[in-house]
Design a protein around this ligand. Sequence first.
Ligand code: ATP
Ligand code: MG
Ligand code: MG
Ligand code: MG
Length: 470
Amino acid sequence: NKLGLNEIRKRFLNFFESKDHLVRPSYSLVPQDDASLLLINAGMAPLKNYFMGKEKPPKNRMATCQKCIRTGDIENVGVTSRHATFFEMLGNFSFGDYFKRESIHWGWEFITEHLEIPKEKLWVSIYENDDEAFEIWNKEIGVEAEKIVRLGKDDNFWEIGTGPCGPCSEIYFDRGEKYGCKSEDCKPGCDCDRYVEFWNHVFTQFDKDEQGNYNPLPNPNIDTGMGLERIACLMQGVDTIFDIDTIKHILQGVIQIANIKYNEDNKKDISIRVITDHIRAVTFLVSDGVLPSNEGRGYVLRRLLRRAARHGKLLGVKGAFLYQLADRVIDVSKEAYPELVQKSDYIKKVIKIEEDKFQETIDQGMDILKQYIDELKDNNEKILSGEKAFKLYDTFGFPIDLTKEILIEEGLDIDKDEFEKEMEKQRNRARVARQNEGAQGWKEDAFSKLNISEKVEFIGYEDLKAKSNV
Ligand code: ATP
Ligand code: MG
Ligand code: MG
Ligand code: MG
């Protein structure tokens, strides 16, 4: 049963429409009216006001497929089989309407009847003392007690500070022993690739007050999230999310441009997957109106783009190439995101300009680093000061891993502790900048700031350069 990613998305939304949910297209990656969040990282994030009761939802049952960015997962990308910085999250939501029982029953119905996942492959986790969830899974659905794992607060309780919170229940797919770590107690929650978490159901049933009391909410909510790429990976029986129909097409573009083979050298494979992932994130960020800059969202975009360019260099690619790959992202994503086609020229232009700028940065940084290296050698020293390394990184945008690599080739190294201290200072500065940015609000579509219409007419390179503020 090799369902394509686009088909799975459609089936999910149709299913919840048939359960009387209002289906909405994905919200922008840029949060609207929410200073607490840099980029949307879950299906529930744009709906927060409905959950908090600050705004009345258009309907008390909704379903979406939401674009998400999680830069916190960046180190995992290309390394684990299941993490991306950009991914789509399928979700059904209840605002004080249905609760645990319906959420679990419909979730099970969708995956076992509509996606036809064999029941014996499925496991679930619940919050350690959520006996109500246990009863529903065990007595009503018929999942064996041995396949219901109780997990602690870190894994299966959702809360942020005070306010609405509650236990979670996750659904896992057992990919079989060959993916396992072979440890005695390997089960859902284990870090290996055997049991893949793909759907999280959050039961928002408490309101946590300032004193730390969990007060039952009169109208509890439901918030679920299922990674579309993950469920596609499981449905298509492939090893990683990079092997599913849509993402594979992008990955093949990377291989073609780099003119290398996949599955021959693990280090190169990671670079290939990193580029594949980051170009997806970059394409969608630019489409949602983000431009490269040195702070906030713009910095996330710049970092992802430059990291991808850097991995291109590792693969021996000469010159700008990422902008060409955007075409492949658009091709496989346009069914759900037709605006990508309209914005295609604009997206590629923004990427190309930033790639070219990065090339200049590399050339300039190499000159400075060369000077530093000569100085070290003249003075018979082996360690580059963290301050200098940070200056290269922060002022000249030269990637720190590149600095490290070149130094090591010369038998030298960096003062890591000092560098980390400088980084910490920078993080604090960024935090303050972010708060200030949030305070200005993002009510309007970020695109309107660019003075271009939704159709995206041509804007000159000079104009773009000026606005991307470097
Ligand atoms: P994991 O433990 O695998 O990192 P999570 O518990 O952090 O996942 P949730 O916050 O519960 O993830 O998000 C709901 C669902 O979104 C997950 O069950 C998964 O299917 C998907 N998901 C989460 N993070 C990623 C990611 N980085 N890339 C792709 N899909 C993801
Ligand atoms: Mg995670
Ligand atoms: Mg998890
Ligand atoms: Mg989870």
